[in-house]
Design a protein. Structure first.
Lengths: 256, 308
């Protein structure tokens, strides 16, 4: 456990010492701010206005739910784009710089290295996620809040982010080149995001692809429906890629 | 402490080392000597548990370097070739990470980091980013991280490379001071370093051990006999002839003025006989000294013999 903490602290020091986090944080907040004030906020105003004019609408349309559903779904998609950049360095750079030779000759079990690095990326991701709490807080001044939906949406994005980071870490373990790590992580994530579109075909394969799609499990959580199926899917996805990463690191020992 | 049996490592089709066997006792400082590409680094990487061997076994403290890697790594301080470091961290941040990774108690962390910073003369740069340090400082940071946690076995791959002469002397002294408490195995291609530091030398070439002994023994044995440096005042041709006449003398080389270099065939002690002859003929004997073969000569000898 102390090994996990050692790696975690080192990785966090590197994250917060290099400009990548601040740069990413800046652009992330810029995009989120734009979406919020020009899209969601506008939509909420228009929708609220219509609901107020035609009371029969109110039973069909809950502006708050619609706004926050897109808020969390879009947030999930933005993190899909961002996480490969957070994880690309983690193992690839160790290999490129040769520090892998230090890291893997310290008495650290492989899982401690993987968990330490994963948690470090996760802490950075959660830091960005927490910054977005200002938007629901702003809304709290305007309308009656459904805090349950907000919490459920955050749980969804939180778990989705973990899954994306695990996949990114795995991609980073495959190469010594950060760019290749980022591109392959991004491509795989996009694949897992879009794969669910097959569902409309209706075949057994289609519905299976829907089940393993990263996207299909977010809408429920985003609109406030907490289904254990979705939670377990994200956790399994995360665990599976951390496991693959461990296998990949181990292969160094037997690939003589 | 270290036992290596028939260690072999292939990179693709090419053997980097083949059937290497040697042992290192506790407290020994052993030098690994060889030309570039001889397999020194490969052997050290295997010992450190970073690379798996193709075949053969390596044990450290009775633990197998492959199957009990974690146990091996607990007793190990390793300085890889070219000293890779986390350049985004400062020296003390990096050493603190090393201390934590090696399982130093959190309450001893600071003292341990301070100890290695003092030992490796890093006080003035402790709060600098490693990326801003010169090669010499980086090398010392690399050495410092190997020393953290007083690991009983140190594996140092080219520890003095890139240092200036004053630093080399300091680092050598540091390594020398470690003997006794630590077992040290270091690789180098700088020969004087080996004769100064190591109790034993293992010379490897093309992945195989060509010699393993103390630096003194190597110089003596592998020179096949010994050499005498003599200075005699007198007529050079006659002296040469007289020296050649002594049984056991293989070759006499006149080095101008009154100096002669005499090679003898065996370990026969010829000095009394030479002294007697010189005095009997009325010449003046100014100097008579046994000259050992330098490690350079031994090394070149062995390596070229191998290749012949």
């Amino acid at each position: 456990m102390s090994g996990v903490l050692a790696v975690l602290r080192k990785e966090l020091t590197v994250y917060f010492a290099t400009p990548i986090f601040y740069l990413m944080g800046f652009f992330f907040l810029l995009v989120e701010g734009f979406l919020f004030f020009f899209i969601y906020f506008n939509y909420f105003q228009t929708a609220s206005f219509q609901v107020a004019q035609n009371p029969q609408f109110a039973s069909m349309l809950d502006p708050f739910q619609v706004v926050f559903r897109s808020f969390f779904e879009d947030l999930g998609f933005i993190f899909l784009l961002i996480t490969p950049i957070l994880t690309m360095r983690l193992l690839a750079e160790e290999k490129r710089a040769g520090t892998a030779e230090l890291l893997f000759t310290y008495p650290l079990p492989d899982w401690a290295v993987i968990l330490g690095k994963f948690l470090a990326a996760f802490v950075v991701f959660v830091t960005l996620l927490i910054l977005t709490v200002v938007y629901p807080l702003i809304f709290a001044f305007l309308t009656r809040m459904d805090w349950g939906q907000v919490a459920s949406g955050y749980v969804g994005v939180f778990l989705l982010g973990g899954a994306c980071l695990a996949l990114g870490l795995f991609a980073s373990s495959l190469t010594a080149n950060q760019i290749i790590a980022a591109i392959s992580a991004f491509a795989l994530l996009l694949l897992f995001w879009l794969i669910g579109a097959q569902q409309e075909v209706g075949s057994a394969v289609g519905s299976f692809l829907g089940v393993i799609s990263l996207r299909e499990h977010l809408p429920n959580l985003a609109k406030g429906v907490v289904d254990t199926k979705d939670l377990i899917f994200y956790l399994c996805f995360t665990f599976f890629f951390l496991f693959l990463t461990k296998r990949q690191l181990e292969s160094r020992r037997w690939r003589a | 402490m270290i036992a290596v049996q028939d260690l072999t490592k292939y990179y693709g089709q090419n053997p980097a080392i083949s059937r290497l066997s040697f042992e290192v006792a506790k407290g020994e400082i052993v030098g690994f000597l060889g030309p570039n590409g001889a397999g020194k680094t490969t052997t050290l990487k295997i010992l450190a548990g970073f690379l798996p061997p193709t075949s053969g076994k390596a044990y450290i403290n009775g633990h197998d370097c492959v199957t009990e890697s974690l146990a091996v790594r607990r007793s190990l301080g390793y300085l890889p070739e070219t000293a890779p470091l986390y350049t985004e961290l400062t020296v003390s941040q990096f050493l603190r990470f090393t201390a934590r990774a090696k399982g130093v108690d959190s309450k001893d962390e600071q003292t341990e980091v301070d100890r290695v910073i003092e030992a490796c003369l890093l006080r003035e740069v402790r709060n600098k980013l490693i990326s801003s340090l010169s090669k010499g400082f980086r090398q010392r940071v690399g050495l410092a991280q190997a020393l953290v946690h007083k690991s009983p076995l140190l594996i140092l791959d080219e520890p003095t490379i890139g240092l200036d002469p004053a630093q080399i002397v300091e680092i050598r002294q540091l390594i020398k001071d470690l003997s006794g408490d630590y077992t040290v195995i270091l690789s180098t291609h700088i020969l004087p370093e080996v004769s100064q530091l190591c109790q034993r030398v293992i010379i490897i070439n093309r992945g195989q051990i060509v010699a393993s002994d103390t630096p003194e023994n190597l110089s003596r044995q592998l020179g096949h006999g010994s050499r005498l440096k003599i200075e005699i005042k007198g007529p050079i041709p006659e002296i040469t002839a007289a020296l050649k006449g002594i049984s056991g003398v293989k070759e006499v080389v006149s080095q101008g003025e009154a100096r002669f270099l005499v090679e003898t065939t065996s370990d026969l002690e010829l000095r009394p006989e030479i002294a007697r002859q010189v005095v009997a003929r009325g010449w003046d004997l100014l100097e008579l000294q046994v000259q050992e073969f330098t490690l350079e000569e031994v090394f070149l000898n062995l390596v070229t013999e191998e290749e012949a």
